[in-house]
Design a protein around this ligand. Structure first.
Ligand SMILES: Cc1ncc(COP(=O)(O)O)c(C=O)c1O
Length: 426
């Protein structure tokens, strides 16, 4: 019996489902990890896998990036939690404010869910309205107001038990890439405080905004006195240093960050317009608090990660985009040579995802039309060939700065062989 199988059997007895986050489980059992460096992860069964999950997008610089590790190691000797202010957290907030176009003020948090939860509360207080609009398939964490028709692990669970219907009733769902539908929803729900959105949907597979869509969204939210929240937990510091806001040239009122900010350490941020952010206690009357927010270890990690991204942005962003392009082009060429497997690949910057459908995937409905059974087979076949992608159609694959040409060649070969198997099994 594989060691991972044994460990999963043991884990299930104490940890619900054997995992500490549902997306980590897949049938019959997930592999267990023992270490990770650069683009690779080592399993407890002594396999070395090429990683395209990369902490669901957190590891932009790669696993164990030296500047981040060194900053954390040197902080450990100085203490791990003070719960009083530090100069370092001020510097980090200033650095984020400089890098992110909409970030006039910044509040540090620990996770993406925390960031979106507080962003919504801030928006309600500012707009003095109650409702929230989100997109079908958009994922913003695991709290009550955003779990409706969410992507990622929640994509297989349209509504979570335990979420108050009364709370969920304040959240309206709209299809992505459909500006008239957004306008209609606002018209019907005049008490809407905010639209929270992933500028690029990354939790229902990868879905890109149509041309001008984001600027239409910006215009519509402004015309209706609604707060526009860009949930940049995935795209922040990844799509560009200034996130999707910079990449697409759109300024939301609030943006939320986590993942790439700490390159593997738990740190997030809510950032935005000063008049909105200043409502946060103790400056204002919107309560938000956390024991671990701004802890010196996460701040050291984020300062180092962001420092590296700023210092080498002209090398890092073009490189990860080139690596992603050559991987996607390589897979497309293999698909063309092979013929007979209908696929669409969406990609942007350092992110990509394949869908088993010949149609364009531009929203949740078209993503769901793709053949998820084939995707699951692809996951299994790739894993047999030591390539690890997130185990669901409703996730995105991530390239890091550590992925090199050799990784790309190996991965294209693995996709090619796997897709041939899928074609044979048809
Ligand atoms: C866009 C987006 N927002 C929010 C979250 C929640 O972040 P966390 O898992 O750190 O709470 C995620 C997590 O995948 C995400 O992808």
């Amino acid at each position: 019996m594989a060691r991972s199988e044994q460990l999963h059997g043991r884990a299930k007895k104490t940890i619900p489902g054997g995992v500490n986050s549902p997306v980590r489980f897949y049938e019959p059992y997930p592999f267990f990890a023992v270490s990770a460096t650069g683009s690779k992860m080592v399993t407890t069964d002594h396999k070395t896998l090429l990683d395209y999950c990369m902490g669901y997008g957190a590891m932009l610089l790669g696993h164990g990036y030296p500047s981040v590790l060194n900053a954390v190691k040197s902080q450990l000797d100085k203490g791990t939690l003070y719960c009083v202010p530090t100069e370092q957290e001020v510097k980090l907030a200033e650095t984020i404010a400089k890098a992110v176009p909409c970030a006039e003020m910044v509040r540090l948090v620990n996770t993406g869910s925390e960031a979106t939860m507080h962003a919504i509360r801030l928006a309600r207080a500012f707009a003095k309205k109650k409702g929230v609009i989100k997109f079908d398939g958009g994922y913003h964490g695991a709290h009550d107001y955003v779990l409706a028709k969410a992507g990622s692990g929640a994509a297989s669970m349209p509504a979570s038990e335990g979420v108050l219907e009364e709370a969920a009733a304040f959240t309206k769902i709209v299809p992505y890439n459909d500006a008239p539908a957004l306008e209609r929803a606002i018209e019907k729900n005049r008490d809407t405080a905010c639209l929270i959105m992933e500028p690029v949907l990354a939790n229902i597979g990868l879905v890109l905004p149509d041309k001008n869509y984001l600027s239409e969204v910006r215009k519509i939210t402004q015309q209706n006195d609604m707060v526009l929240i860009f949930d940049e937990v995935v795209t922040g510091f990844r799509l560009a240093l200034g996130g999707a806001g910079e990449f697409f040239g759109i300024k939301p009122d609030i943006a939320t960050f986590a993942k790439a900010l700490g390159n593997g350490f738990p740190v997030g941020a809510v950032a935005g317009r000063k008049e909105i952010m200043q409502q946060l206690a103790p400056a204002g009357r919107v309560y938000q608090a956390s024991t671990f927010a701004g802890n010196p270890v996460s701040v050291a990690a984020a300062t180092a990660a962001l420092g590296t991204l700023i210092e080498s942005k002209n090398a890092i962003y073009p490189q990860v985009a080139r690596t992603c392009d050559s991987l996607v082009e390589g897979i497309k060429e293999e698909l063309e040579d092979m013929g007979g497997v209908e696929c669409t690949i969406n990609s942007i910057g350092s992110m990509f995802q394949i869908f088993f459908t010949g149609d364009r995937v531009r929203d949740e409905a078209s993503a769901r039309k793709a053949d998820a059974v084939k995707f699951r087979r692809l996951f299994d076949e790739l894993l047999k060939r030591n390539v690890f992608i997130p185990p669901s159609q409703f996730e995105t694959c991530f390239i890091s700065y550590a992925h090199d040409e050799e990784d790309v060649d190996r991965t294209v070969d693995a996709y090619s062989e796997s897709l041939k198997k899928i074609k044979e099994q048809k």
